[in-house]
Write a protein that binds this ligand. Structure first.
Ligand SMILES: C[S@@+](CC[C@H](N)C(=O)[O-])C[C@H]1O[C@@H](n2cnc3c(N)ncnc32)[C@H](O)[C@@H]1O
Length: 236
């Protein structure tokens, strides 16, 4: 169990480690097509503490969320998301490929590293590129509009590391696409990783219904205890 001391440090934000800071995005709150960027506040309560102990927990704080009209939350810059991507960001260097722009949280963390020479991002949704793309105006970045599974790269294109992150939910249904992407890029990179692959393996699909929505907290949802999210700016 978490000690009282640990609880007090969490409550006061003292456990908010520096590695999370580079993921916190500053995209303006705006809409584009079915997408909207808004702010949420994660509170510290009993269910949140339980999730922090058992699952993809999240430090209390104010975060940015990318929400689709019908698909719901597709990305946020919460510490739960950062935890998923930290192993990738730590290893990122040289030429990097990211599949799925989303909020650009992982992109931002990678661009903050001087060892990263160039980042290619492949994003399927033109509205996402219009909503988020211009925020990351950087000479070391190229955003490509296309499908990660079919995008044609010039012969011989290689990356030091690739991050596949094109899924809305955590679910075993994602595993075949992960396998396909891994095969496609096996000879094109030194290292590749898929978002939440471990969680997907442990989350059997419920007859086509996604197991866990993005940025929610696996154990918390599995046990029926939902993290309290309060919308503090933008539309719910
Ligand atoms: C969860 S978000 C990515 C989060 C992002 N890595 C970040 O740090 O904010 C998933 C993104 O993948 C995109 N996407 C979905 N399927 C795709 C595909 N087949 N090819 C490229 N992008 C895709 C979605 O439009 C969405 O922007």
């Amino acid at each position: 169990m978490l000690s009282l001391d640990c609880y007090e440090k969490l409550r006061d934000g003292k456990y908010n480690a520096p590695q999370y800071k580079s993921f916190l995005v500053t995209i303006p709150l705006r809409r584009q097509g079915p997408w909207e960027v808004h702010k949420i506040e994660v509170e510290l309560d009993l269910s949140n503490l339980r999730m922090m102990r058992d699952g993809r927990g999240c430090y209390p704080g104010t975060y940015t969320q990318l929400v689709h009209k019908t698909r719901g939350t597709v990305m946020s810059d919460t510490t739960a998301e950062a935890d998923d991507a930290i192993p990738f960001v730590r290893q990122a260097k040289g030429r990097v490929l990211i599949h799925g722009l989303g909020l650009g949280a992982v992109l931002q963390a990678v661009l903050a590293k001087t060892e990263v020479a160039h980042v290619d991002v492949v994003e399927i949704d033109a509205d996402i590129i219009a909503l988020v793309g211009d925020h990351y105006n950087c000479e070391r970045l190229t955003i490509h509009h296309g499908d990660a599974l079919t995008y044609k790269w010039p012969r011989g294109t290689r990356w030091n590391i690739v991050w596949h992150d094109i899924w809305d939910n955590i679910c075993t249904d994602n595993l075949p696409t992960m396998k396909r992407l891994r095969r496609m890029f096996a000879r094109r990179c030194d290292v590749q990783m898929c978002w939440a692959e471990g969680w997907c393996r442990r989350s059997p699909c419920c007859n086509g219904t996604p197991c866990f929505s993005r940025s929610k907290h696996v154990i918390g949802e599995a046990t029926g205890s939902k993290l309290k999210l309060r919308v503090v700016a933008g539309r719910k």
